[in-house]
Design a protein around this ligand. Structure first.
Ligand SMILES: Cc1cc2nc3c(=O)[nH]c(=O)nc-3n(C[C@H](O)[C@H](O)[C@H](O)COP(=O)(O)O)c2cc1C
Length: 432
């Protein structure tokens, strides 16, 4: 077999083709307009990635429930009210031949308390972020009806995504959000059919994949972003990840993207909390190699990839796609540069603050700073001061939070409670 290069196309199980092996990984933009729909700034940002010749564009996470937000300024897709704006977004993504997939997500307990919404999770287990824990509400355990509603919402969002012209969806089951909370025995303490054994913990993800597949056409891509591990003692393990991939093998999944970690243990930023060391670049490559042995669908690995040589090494080891976030925020034209033989290595200044949680927030803020610049037609500035970016991010978030609270307050009560009506008074069996 000849070694794979970044510029060979990939044919997915659904028959569709991705023109090269480089994907823009999901990065939450916090750029929704006053209707929590895609804004003109968001369109401008995505035009840069389309122009940069990335083969696959995965959007920042889009919420399947307007009351459950990963952050302020998040795009919400629950109905066809603003579908014209989603159509425009999809059109821009496809304008230079890339595929564009909507990443669909539900935060579960990883929702900031100041958004003013009740948080739901598999069990009433709060996030442990040390001194920052009180920024997140203690979640309530989802009822059976609540779970059924979540499944319907993912399927509906995927269906709307297809109507809007996206070429696929990626179901976010990584990074400690709702589906990842169900997968982890640390956050899922249920004793019913949705908790306990791995089969039960994976049930919600599997049911969502099936419900989505049933609603979209066979040529529409359905992908899953999964942790290769949570990197927390007692959490979702590599062994678990391998088994979940085996369970997904038979469900018509077109690609699995491997990442790792959560808010509590941000391995996706290269940090582990369970003593294991991650590679300095392509953090999850070893895990991907292991999962490759059982996966029947194409695999993508994301995290810490910024050099062409590393991308080639990942592809050479049997992984089908490389996912890139940070480096594509600094240089949205990276694939084109690489194709033209320019070996750019977009990098940020390392942040060596002793408070790891703040350092991780500052890192996110520095990346979001680049996204904001691109969305305004400016050029990125990777040398921005992390403290400055963090302060700016706080100011932007405060503005977006007020905007969101106005939006949610104006929603007709009937609409807001469609799902919540979901048997809120049914008793649920909890282990603890
Ligand atoms: C600002 C920012 C926002 C992110 N938002 C998302 C998201 O919405 N969904 C997701 O799956 N991952 C998200 N991630 C994680 C990235 O997809 C990726 O897994 C991570 O950044 C590691 O890749 P990188 O080293 O190439 O940046 C985000 C990362 C950053 C820096």
């Amino acid at each position: 077999m000849s070694p794979m290069t970044a510029f060979e196309k990939l044919t997915l199980p659904n028959g569709s083709v991705i023109p090269n092996r480089i994907a823009k990984a999901a990065m939450e933009e916090n750029m929704a307009d006053a209707d929590q729909a895609p804004s003109p700034e968001l369109m401008r940002l995505y035009q840069s990635w389309a122009d940069g010749e990335v083969g696959l564009i995965i959007t920042g996470n889009v919420m399947v429930d307007g009351r459950a937000m990963t952050g302020p300024g998040g795009v919400v897709l629950e109905d066809d009210r603003h579908l014209d704006r989603f159509k425009r977004w999809a059109e821009i993504g496809r304008s230079k031949g890339a595929q564009i997939w909507l990443q669909i997500n539900h935060p579960g307990r990883q929702m900031q308390a100041n958004l003013g919404q009740k948080a739901f999770a598999p069990s009433a287990v709060a996030l442990d972020l040390g001194k920052m824990s009180n920024r997140f509400a203690v979640p309530e355990a989802l009822t059976d009806d609540g779970i059924a509603d979540v499944i319907r919402r993912f399927a509906r969002a995927a269906q709307l995504g297809e109507q809007a012209g996206f070429t696929g969806v990626e179901i976010h089951a990584a990074h400690g959000y709702l589906l990842s909370q169900f997968l982890s025995p640390l956050s899922n303490r249920r004793t019913d059919a949705w908790g306990g054994s791995l089969e039960n913990r994976a049930r919600l993800l599997l049911e969502i994949v099936k419900a989505v597949r049933a609603k979209v056409s066979p040529g529409f891509a359905v992908a899953v972003k999964l942790n290769s591990a949570d990197f927390q003692r007692g959490g979702f393990s590599t062994e678990d990840a391998r088994h979940v991939v085996e369970m997904l093998n038979h469900l018509g999944v077109d690609l699995v993207e491997l990442s790792g970690g959560s808010y509590e243990a941000p391995a996706m930023q290269g940090q582990s909390r369970d003593g294991r060391t991650l590679a300095r670049e392509a953090y999850f490559l070893e895990f991907a190699r292991d999962i490759r042995t059982v996966a029947k669908m194409p695999l993508m690995v994301t995290g810490g990839i910024r050099r062409r040589a590393i991308a080639d090494q990942v592809l050479g080891s049997g992984v089908d796609m490389v996912g890139i976030g940070t480096a594509l925020a600094i240089d949205p034209h990276l694939p084109r540069d690489w194709r033209l033989g320019k070996d750019m290595v977009p990098e940020l200044r390392p942040i060596r603050w002793t408070n790891k949680m703040l350092a991780s927030l500052a890192n996110m803020a520095v990346v979001k700073f680049q996204l904001r610049r691109l969305s305004r037609g400016g050029s990125p500035n990777p040398k921005v001061s992390p403290l400055g970016a963090l302060i700016l991010q706080q100011v932007a978030a405060a503005f977006r939070t007020r905007q969101y609270r106005r939006w949610i307050a104006q929603r007709p009560a009937a609409e807001a409670s469609t799902i919540a009506a979901s048997g809120a008074d049914l008793p649920i069996a909890e282990a603890s």
